[in-house]
Structure formats: C-alpha cells, structure tokens
Design a protein around this ligand. Sequence first.
Ligand code: FRU
Length: 602
Amino acid sequence: MMASSTAISANAASEGVKIEHLGVNNTLVRVESDGKYLMMPVQESNDDATVNVVVDGNLERTIFVRLAKSKVDYTVPFDLTPYKGHDVILNIVTSQSRSSVRDAQDDACWGNFSVADSFNTDNREKYRPAFHHAPKYGWMNDPNGMVYKDGVWHLYYQWNPYGSKWQNMTWGHATSTDLINWKQMPAAIEPNGLGAVFSGSCALDPRNTSGFGSNSIVALYTSAATSQVQSLAHSTDNGKTFEIYPGNPIITLDSEARDPNIFWNHHTGEWNMMLAHALEHEMLVFASENLKEWNLRSSFGKGFGAQGGVWECPDLFELTVEGTGEKKWMLICNLNPGGPFGGSAAQYFIGDFDGTTFTPDTDADGKVPTKWMDFGKDHYATVSWSDAPHNRRTVIGWMSNWQYAAEVPTMQFRSANTLPRDITLFRAADGQIYVKTLPAAEIEALRKKSIHSSKSFSVNKNSRQIALPSANNGICEIILNIDAKKAGNVTLELGNKLGNKVTMIFNPEESTISFDRRESGIVDFSQDFPAVTVAPTFSDKNKLSLRLFIDRSSIELFDTDGKFVMTNLVFPQEPYTTLSVKSDNKAQISGLQIFPLNPASL
Ligand code: FRU
C-alpha cells in the first residue's frame, strides 16, 4: 500500500532525510539530499530493526540495525555513493512493542538520521589496541580468508559494518606489508541472495585450475541463511573486490557445515578442503581439481580431542618438526564451547595426511591427545595465511571469546586480533609433537629503546618493583629469564595505583604458569570474564624465559622459545604502571628488558 498523506511526518531534526511513519512497526526514511553516507543511529541494547534498502523502487538489500529507541550510542554509516542520482528509501520494520504510531514516533533514532559527506573513523576509545589489528568501527569476529600476494598480507575478517555486535556478516578487509601496520579497505564480500558471508579461505591459483585466471585470488566461504552452503568467488584486482560465482552454492549438505578451508596439495596435485561439520564434531575432507566441483573423501574428529559444542574454522597444513626435518600435518579445529577455560578455543591435532584421510598421532597409551594452541581465554578462530612467503606458516586469531565478546567495554568497535604468529613444530620430552608459536619477527620494529636493562638480580619474598613505561598508555614488550633455583613459585605482577592487577605465577614444580585477571580492572560485564588461566611451561631445570606484549586491553604471554602462548584480554581502569617480581624462595632474574612500543598505524 502506498504511504498516504495521513502518514505522520516527524522530527524535523533529521538532516537530509524525510521520515514517514506508516504504522506501529513500520517507517520509511527517504534520502532527500546528496551526500556520501546515510548515518544511522544505534542503541546497542535495542533489538535489530529490519532495514530494507529500496533503490528506485527495487529492493537492493536488507540489513539489520539496532536502531536507537531511548538514546543514541553511536551512528553507523550506510554508503550512498553507489546510488548517487537514484532514489533511496529505507523501508524499516522494527520489532518494538508499541501501542500506537505516536509511540513509535518517539524513538530516538528518527531525529538522528542524517546525510553526511564524511564519517570520522578516528577512534579514541581507551581500550582500542595500539598495535593489534582491529576494525575502525563495527563488530569483528573470525579472521578468515587470509592470503599473501605480491608483498601484501591480506586479512579478511567477519565484520558487521552496521553496529558493534554480531550481525550482517560481511568480509571486512585490511592489508599490510609488514604484519604490523594495517590499512582498512572497503568491504570485500557482502551478503547476497544466498545469505550472509561467513568464514572461509582464499588461495592463489597460479595453475589456473579454476579458469578464473592465473593471477586471481579464489575465495571459498559459507553462505548462511536458513541453511549453510558453500560459495565461491574470485578476485582479479588483488583481493579488493570479488566476483561471486554464478553457480553458487557449490557444496550443499543436509546438515550444518561451514568455514571451508582450501589449499593446494602439492603431494597429490589437487585441491583439498576441510569443512567444519559443526554439530557432528568433525571436519570433512574434500578434494577438487578445479575449485568448483568437490568430492567428499573422509571425515575426522568424532571421538577425538575436546568435542565441545560446535567445531568451526578448520585449517590443515604441513610443517617441519624443528631440528629433525621430519614433516607432519597440523589440523586446527576451533571449537565453541569446550575450551580449557570455558567458551571458545583453538585445539589442534598432529598427524599424517595423504590427501584423503587425516590420521592423528597417538601418545604412549595409544590415545589421541588433546592439544591447545593457546592457553588464555581470548584466542579463537585461528587460521593461517595462504601462500605466505619463505615457507612461513603465519597464523592470527580472534582475540576474544564467544562467552563475552559482545559485552566487552568498547563501543565504536568490538574485538581485535592477536599478534600475527609464526608456527613450527617441536618434539617435547613426553615424545609428543607440539606447536611452537612465536610472535612474527616484524613486531620488533615497534620497539623503542629499552627503559630497563638491569643485569641479573635475585628476588625473594619481598617483591622488587620495576616501573613500566607511561607513554602511549604504557604499551610495551617485556622480556625476562627466570631461574627459580630451589623450585619455589615465582610471581610476576602488573599493577596500578587503583589496585588493578594481573598476577602470573610460575610454578616450577608443576611446570606451569598461571595468569589471574580476576582483579585486572573492569571484569564485571560478564561472569565468565574473571578467570585464572594456566599453561604448561615445558620447562626443565626450573628455568623459564618470557616475552610479554602489553597493549591497551590485552596481554600476550609467550615462552621465548615458543613452547606455549597465553592470550588474555584485560580492561585496566588505568594502564598498569609497575611490574613487581617476587619468589617463595630465592630466584634469579636475568636479561630483563622493557621496551616501550610505538603505536602501529591501524
Ligand atoms: C566462528 C563462527 C564461524 C562462522 C562465523 C560467523 O566464530 O561461528 O563458524 O563462519 O563465526 O560469523
């Protein structure tokens, strides 16, 4: 039915738009002036409104936006530039319970739509990372589809451009030439008729097996609507834009399956894909000659490792066991929930793969051991870059946890990624092969001159206090070696004058290190946030060497040799200013260096 002249026009405050209320839950927003963006007012605690974007009378797309009811938290831009010269109307259906149109008219959003030529993405939020990739605005979860091409590291990610909670899944895109500084690019793949664009992967196709051209980047991703199906797209402009394959979907199953991860298997001369059979706790193995037609070969997972809730975001690749030349395959199986400290986490299996079947290694008892890539709470959906140079296997993870990702105290953006990490394998004293994880070497370029380089000193029950840098909210890297001598616990504490603290305890007897963030700052936004996480240190002779990266809202604790890593978010009310070190018995600390870091360009 046409909007009649009796529709109530409201809120003269809106700029460049005309608002027409059609009913208690239905309003038209007409764009009436030229400009690059239609700014939409969001209130995070509100439900999603269904926003149908109608261009020249045709439905262009439907997005879901938490339009403001009682107050505006922030505004998000809808890009009008593709529709310049055309009529744009938002036909909005809200889901509020209201008794009359007059009631609906009072919503805070209507007076706060505007047409603007610029959108300021400068983000001065206190907890915005200074050297970890984060979107300029909007929600982010999984990094996915990462590929390296011609000197550029492409990072795609699950992005909501229209709010800081999960919705409207789109492949966001950032590029870097050094894995430190990231440039935000326009969205790479947007929702279409088959659904939202969930996680997937990219690969170069130099043999032109797909026929899309030898210089193209091929992407596989999950189209998610009522069901989840697998789709194909390719880019001929170095990953900036993707052309959607008209034959999509290319894989359909009668059960939930997602996050296709593809790679060229140079042993067999064909493509392989791992696909998460989410509710079945298994990864499906497919093979293909042309990236379009896929054959199901086998599955792996049922009954192995942590089973948890859903299995998601697989990755499979071959690595060398350090010092031996032995080759093994590493299969990453992210799962949620079921992580070692609750919620989501990344587990992995080491084994063999012949292009058809993944066969996991067993331990001395013939069992398949459960292994974790990271021993913190905030490391998920970790996958690797395809086609990285110099045989590198570089991974990055989402630095959050599905338990509370949507509640963390940020606003204009939500979630960052871990530092990029290079992985190889090592064989430990228990005979098992584990992943070895080091921060990408490029990160050292952020170091300023060390503000502390004491020679060796000893600590006992009285703690030794060391000042942390103050510039740039205290972002820094700390390196130190601990010799716990008589096997007493050694405690490292990061603290500030407000009493916010993070306590890390090296227990040499048990070969563990724990990380207690229960008093780290703001912790009350979720009952699952205050926590103690524990990592095995694999240390012998009571020694441990650590590298800590402290950003504005995260701490990554690496074993210097890469035998474990632990990633935890923290939200201190003020930056931590002091490192204190103490020991139950006498312990020796050597090689302590504290490097203030330069912020990256993000
Ligand atoms: C993992 C995940 C994926 C899915 C994506 C949707 O965090 O659930 O399985 O593709 O997020 O955003």
